[in-house]
Design a binder for this molecule. Structure first.
Ligand code: NDP
Length: 251
């Protein structure tokens, strides 16, 4: 059964791969971007070619900044008008601002938490009303292996990603009886812009620490996310599913 899906930060990287995977299986898919547009998408705004959005595997692009509740509300309203209420929410938008604890400013900490954790809270809250009314919903939060294992230079990022586990598990307790699931996907090292800046030496070091011996493609995360939204995963909730080639075993 085709569903309406919203992926935040769906204009590139893991978010775009997730959106394309849902579109490929016939769902109606909206993606948020912050003004740069989305490859191959139709959308609500001039310049994004309004016709055909959500059909024939295309994506419906809406502008939203997850740090701004009003822009999230406007994006959901546009998606609801075009594709119907959001049934599957993928809170994917995220950022890093890595530096060692001693040097990390309070702003670097709060900016990352505001985007990665509070941003996910904002979209989950906005999605929950319609999911409750429909008595069906799927929320998937994109965390990180770093959320549970920690990462040097990533106190802000790890805190934000660990927080998503508490969010998903609390939502599971609150909304689980209404056929709404909330799960966390915890990727390891995925080949996107976020990891493109790592030096070759650092990448080689990372590969050595991963049992699978390689980084993953965004599509390998997308497969787990589409499964979590499927009917086969209806009894999976409050779970943290690693997609990390074995890097975080035991967490
Ligand atoms: P990218 O840096 O390639 O993409 C990040 C996405 O988030 C972009 O679409 C970006 O939009 C969006 N975004 C950032 N800040 C905001 C904001 N305030 N409001 C709306 N959108 C925003 O990252 P990845 O694709 O690699 O990462 C996607 C998710 O996966 C993130 O949550 C990340 O933490 C997580 N992750 C990534 C891993 C990796 O190895 N790559 C590993 C583990 C987790 P814009 O294009 O406008 O900047």
């Amino acid at each position: 059964m085709a569903r309406t899906v919203l992926v935040t930060g769906g204009n590139r990287g893991i978010g775009l791969a997730i959106a394309q995977a849902f579109a490929k299986q016939g769902d109606r898919v909206a993606v948020t971007h912050r003004g740069g547009g989305v490859p191959g998408a139709g959308g609500a705004e001039p310049g994004f070619g309004a016709g055909g959005a959500g059909q024939h595997g295309s994506l419906f692009a809406v502008r939203a900044d997850v740090t701004d509740a009003a822009s999230i509300d406007a994006a959901f309203t546009a998606v609801e008008a075009e594709l119907g209420p959001v049934e599957v929410l993928v809170a994917n938008a995220g950022m890093t601002a890595d530096t060692l604890l001693l040097r990390m400013t309070e702003e670097q900490f709060t900016d990352v938490v505001d985007t990665n954790l509070t941003g996910a809270f904002r979209v989950a809250k906005r999605a929950s009303g319609k999911m409750l009314r429909a008595k069906w919903g799927r929320m998937i939060f994109i965390s990180s292996v770093v959320g549970l294992a920690g990462g040097a230079g990533q106190v802000n990022y790890a805190a934000s990603k660990a927080g998503l586990v508490g969010v998903a598990r609390s939502i599971t307790r609150e909304l689980g009886s209404r056929n709404i699931t909330a799960n966390v996907v915890a990727p390891g090292f995925i080949d996107t812009d976020m990891t493109a800046g790592l030096s070759d030496d650092r990448k080689a070091e990372i590969r050595k620490s991963i049992p699978a011996g390689r980084m993953a493609s965004p599509d390998e995360v997308a497969g787990v996310v589409t499964w979590l939204a499927s009917d086969s995963a209806g009894y999976v909730s409050g779970a943290v599913i690693p997609v990390d080639g074995g890097l975080g075993m035991g967490h």
